[in-house]
Design a protein around this ligand. Structure first.
Ligand code: FES
Length: 127
């Protein structure tokens, strides 16, 4: 895929995010911000009987990279266990985003939702 297509895909997720909102009866409910810019994200998630992610929703205010990454992540993590999520890192998010190379300043943006998710699992005692 060309760079332009990646960008279009990111913009599409940014403008029409998947799973945007707040989940009721959430097992995981966490807010996190990116201290370098003040952007914020609120992630809620529910686990199924097997302890795997059943549904994730997010809301927040942020740049294209952070919001698009969050939107993509809410699709990607469904069916995964907390252990699998805790092993995810930057390369997984970059892959989700079509293999984009991110500058140092953008890495935090891309990881905001994943880090929130991980901390939420930890706080909920799932990891
Ligand atoms: Fe704030 Fe990207 S500039 S999360």
């Amino acid at each position: 895929m060309s760079g332009d297509l990646y960008r279009e895909q990111l913009l599409d997720h940014y403008h029409n995010p998947t799973n945007y909102g707040v989940l009721e009866d959430a097992d995981i409910d966490i807010e996190m911000d990116n201290p370098t810019c003040g952007d914020e994200i609120h992630v809620t998630a529910r686990l199924d009987d097997q302890g795997q992610i059943e549904k994730v929703m997010f809301e927040g205010q942020g740049c294209v990279v952070s919001m698009a990454a969050a939107s993509m992540l809410t699709e990607e993590v469904v069916g995964k266990s907390p252990a699998q999520i805790s092993e995810m890192g930057l390369s997984d998010v970059q892959e989700l985003m079509g293999g984009v190379r991110l500058s140092m300043g953008r890495v935090k943006c891309a990881l905001l939702a994943l880090n929130a998710m991980k901390q939420g699992l930890q706080e909920a005692g799932k990891r």
